[in-house]
Ligand binder design. Structure first.
Ligand SMILES: Nc1ncnc2c1ncn2[C@@H]1O[C@H](COP(=O)(O)OP(=O)(O)OP(=O)(O)O)[C@@H](O)[C@H]1O
Ligand SMILES: [Mg+2]
Length: 323
């Protein structure tokens, strides 16, 4: 079973406006609301591929009820922890020139009791054969009540979930990502999908000409030495590199008509875990990840591509062994 976890989900409200004017009334058109959050995106692509997952997350207030409904409307199976505070709504407004203004809320604070409910739920799914995908930002906490979730939250979750036998896939950045990799070899996430920026940020390296393919493979191998089984390094329009104990592979990005690259990485993550669960051989998992992520770029927002498009893109995918 695949479980996706979105600790700080959102309603994504998208709209358009002819001209965006600061300090003035802007009348929105084409307003639509979608279920947002990286884990929800991962569940969506798994569903598009014909697979099943459980989307776990927090939901509260009227917006939380709407989130439940929108997830159900996508035919995804959700198992959400109810919270007292209201789920956030993020507003994204596109003007006639295609310039995007984003107004994102920080997200509701969760209490200690609500966090304990989440931990219990995750532990109930943590067993051998299950893959738990942790992705996205951490929720804020009700600090006034003497409870705070540290940046080591993903580190702690990875440790506990792996101890129970589950495999962990982490897609996070910054300090939360860094700390998750500072554990024992059998405690760090099994699989990670940093993009190029996140990988170089982790190593504190500038993105200059010294960062060539050989250097990137070397950095991914340092991650393997920490206990990670697979590093899927995504590089946007430059394709991806996959490194595991059997070697390194690369693929160019597939030629597509790009609509929106938001959530492309989530599609790559979803396709990989789906491939693992189906028992596909490793290069077939990588090919599926390339096809699904390219397909995701051809749709508006974070809408998943159709299975037919993914299958067509798969025929164009070339995975090359480079190490
Ligand atoms: N312009 C593009 N053309 C073709 N494929 C693309 C393009 N941009 C992204 N992709 C595909 O999507 C994958 C993931 O993209 P990217 O590296 O941008 O992920 P990301 O930064 O983690 O995205 P997000 O966090 O928004 O989901 C790439 O490795 C590639 O396969
Ligand atoms: Mg990403």
């Amino acid at each position: 079973m695949i479980i996706t976890v979105t600790l700080n989900p959102a309603l994504d409200k998208t709209a358009s406006v002819d001209v965006m004017r600061a300090n003035e009334l802007n009348r929105l058109q084409n307003v639509r609301v979608d279920a947002g959050g990286k884990g929800v995106n991962v569940s969506s692509i798994i569903h598009a591929l014909g697979g099943k997952s459980v989307a776990v997350g927090f939901a509260g207030g009227g917006a939380g009820d709407e989130l439940r409904l929108l997830i159900a409307n996508k035919s995804l199976h959700a198992d959400l922890v109810r919270i007292a505070a209201t789920t956030r709504t993020n507003l994204k407004v596109m003007d006639e020139h295609g310039l995007l203004t984003e107004l994102n809320e920080p997200g509701p604070a969760v209490t200690k009791a609500e966090w304990q409910n989440m931990e219990e739920k995750l532990l109930s799914y943590a067993q051998a054969g299950n893959i738990i995908v942790l992705s996205g930002s951490l929720p804020s906490t009700a600090e006034h009540a003497g409870f705070a979730l540290g940046k080591d939250t993903y580190q702690k979750l990875s440790k506990r979930l792996r101890k129970c036998g589950a495999a962990v896939f982490l897609d996070a950045d910054g300090e939360a990502f860094k700390l998750a990799l500072e554990s024992g070899k059998d405690e760090v996430p099994n699989f990670i999908k940093p993009n190029r920026f996140e990988l170089l940020q982790y190593f504190g390296l500038p993105d200059d000409e010294s960062v060539n393919e050989a250097k990137l493979i070397e950095l991914c191998q340092i991650m393997l030495a920490k206990g990670v089984e697979l590093v899927a390094l995504s590089m946007g329009g430059d394709g991806a590199i996959f490194v595991n104990k059997n070697g390194a592979w690369k693929s160019a990005a597939l030629p597509i008509n790009v609509q929106s690259t938001v959530g492309a990485g989530d599609s790559m993550t979803g396709a990989l875990v789906y491939g693992f669960e189906q028992g596909l051989k490793e290069t077939d998992c990588f090919a599926l990840a390339m096809a699904a992520s390219a397909g995701a770029c051809t749709t508006k927002g974070t809408n998943p591509p159709s299975k037919a498009l993914i299958d067509e893109l798969l025929t164009k995918t070339m995975i090359e062994k480079i190490g």
